[in-house]
Design a protein. Sequence first.
Lengths: 302, 236
Amino acid sequence: MCGIVGLFAKSPEIEARLGVHLAAMLEQMSSRGPDSAGVAVYRDPAPTGWSKLTLYSHEDDCDWAAVAGGLAEAFGGVEESVLRAKHVVFAVECEAAAAEAWVHAIHPELRVMSAGKVIEIYKEVGRPEQFVQEFRLHEFQGTHALGHTRMATESRVTTEGSHPFSTGLDLCLVHNGSLSNHNTLRRALRREGIEFQTENDTEVAAGYLAWRLREGASLEQALEGCLDDLDGFYTFAVGTADGFAVLRDPIACKPAVLAETDDWVAMSSEWRSIAVLPGAAEARMWEPEPGVVYVWEKAPVA
Amino acid sequence: MTTAEETAVEVVDLATTPLRELNQRLHDLAGAPGPRHWRVLNPSGAHAIACGIDAEIEVEIEGHAGYYCAGMNKLATVRVHGNASTGLAENIMSGTVVVEGNASQSVAATGRGGLVVVNGDASSRCGISMKGVDIVVRGSVGHMSAFMAQTGRLVVCGNAGDALGDSIYEARLYVRGKVAGLGADCIEKELRDEHVAELRELLDRAGVEGVQAEDFRRYGSARQLYTFKIDNVGAY
């Protein structure tokens, strides 16, 4: 089943309370996905010349200070954020790709959940209500965010199998549905040098987008490519540094609702999680059409 | 004679009253006395609101409804002052269900009787497998509408999406705007006087104004699929 939510702030008031609203939306989607939950929050841009990584450790007693020390030695400036349930965000004075490569080489036991200038990804198994508390979602301010609640069908319930999946720098994907040609596509994408960490179908969709973007496609073109190359059911929400995009497969069995006011744009699997937003009763609301790419963007981050 | 109870409006706030309690109270009205007019506040997209009513009552839902609103409805008039999610009035038996806004997919799926009115747009699979229900959509309907529609009438004042009436049986489809494409075995048919009269009556009952019955086109079954061939009758 799975639930998807997305929230894009159009006013400073919504930005200031982005996490509070995101938490309320995610909790409403608990019955659609009680196995695990995850969010991508776009917030707190790294200064010029810096980038951000969200790192995850399986161990409760990971020596994060040592990781920070290693990054500082390699790159100079490092800022470590507070620990949120085995996730830590590091701001590093270098390109994101360089920092990511360093983590893979020096700390292969750590998982890079996200990399970029603004994105932070947090995800974990367990009920969404619990996730919201453990990760202190209400503390987050930011410009926009995506969230996912998972009811697993295609692969195991693990932290890595939870959504969002990072698809490249500042990009992420959440998915409601299931893909049937993911094994074939994964093999094809591996030959193109795209790396996969799980047997999960959604990770293949994320890898597909990363590959198309790497080959020069715009986000819109990459999503339109999904219509030809992915076989299965899907409603996708894709987060970018500047906004988010929504796509449903041409058969459109998987639900999606969009709503907009002067203060926000929201998408969700169901109206229930939009109803909790301020001014929802007066919002313009519609159902995205099958096979049509919808995009909302802010002015690009400098 | 009407009692005070029958004329009063019973207000139920779903922000404070559990949905099961509301539905149970509505079910208890089958063949029994009790309030005839209900207002439901703060529906907030909850599923299965006012499902399974079997009583001649009126229910006003003040906001957006979730999945399967007014499902299996008998006799009652249910009005949603907002939008409705998937499966509005699924398997409706009789009575009337009205949505002021848009409705998501599978409106009145398998509906056997009664009238369903969507004043905005309906999404895909509107009237899928309809078996006698009448559906009037003021706006447009999405793809695969009236799929395997058996009997009843679907009236669309706007446009219809792809594969309209795929594998249709005896239902009659009326569309005023463009049809993106017809499904297997669905063809356009002549709009005769009896159809115009039927349309007028349906539009009138649905409270649709400013729409001329003569502007519609009629679609129905070509009766060419396997099920319609006499040679295949032994297979059933």
